[in-house]
Design a protein around this ligand. Structure first.
Ligand code: PNS
Length: 167
């Protein structure tokens, strides 16, 4: 019986802090599912398929990471795949309130456990939204994201700049 866990998130896009948690989870579990959760009310910088394919490419070397997208409740994703544990990174105390609420809700809905991994301090200030904001405004984010993501971010920002703006 494989020991399975899921690392869920929006991953728009994946950054080094996410990758650190996925890599650590991949050493603790036989199979780590990375679930890119679809939020239909949020338009991301990258489509869900683009996020999945970036994560697949970046994590290919780990050997035990499976990347999928999912629309709906995380606990349904876990139930359908027999996944008993959710692994989440905690960057700071400010993350804790909301993460605790989600962990308790998920446990109450289905009995799935949530395990918190303290983020490596090198990555504790990282978030996808801040990285996008800095990149769009011309800041250097090369130390915060994998090379592939940096290339895709640079391309996407250039594409957006080239588009005519709405009146
Ligand atoms: O990367 P994020 O946006 O912080 O990840 C949050 C995410 C996607 C893990 C969370 O919003 C989630 O689990 N969404 C799936 C829908 C769901 O199960 N909602 C109830 C949570 S208790």
């Amino acid at each position: 019986m494989f020991r399975r866990a899921v690392c869920p998130g929006s991953f728009d896009p994946i950054h080094n802090g996410h990758l650190d948690i996925i890599e650590r989870a991949s050493r603790l579990y036989d199979v780590v599912h990375v679930a890119v959760l679809v939020n239909p009310s949020k338009k991301g910088m990258f489509s869900v398929d683009e996020r999945v394919s970036m994560i697949e490419e970046i994590t290919a070397g780990y050997g035990n990471v499976k990347v999928e997208s999912h629309q709906g409740l995380l606990v349904d994703y876990c139930r359908d795949r027999d996944i008993p544990a959710i692994v989440k990174g905690l960057r700071a105390v400010s993350d804790f309130d909301y993460e605790l609420q989600m962990a308790q809700m998920n446990y109450g809905l289905s009995g799935v456990e949530t395990l918190f991994v303290p983020t490596n301090p090198t990555y504790s200030f990282q978030s996808s939204s801040l990285i996008k904001e800095v990149a769009v405004l011309g800041g250097d984010v090369s130390h915060l994201v994998p090379d592939l993501v940096l290339r895709r971010l640079t391309e996407r920002i250039a594409e957006r700049r080239a588009q005519p703006t709405n009146p």
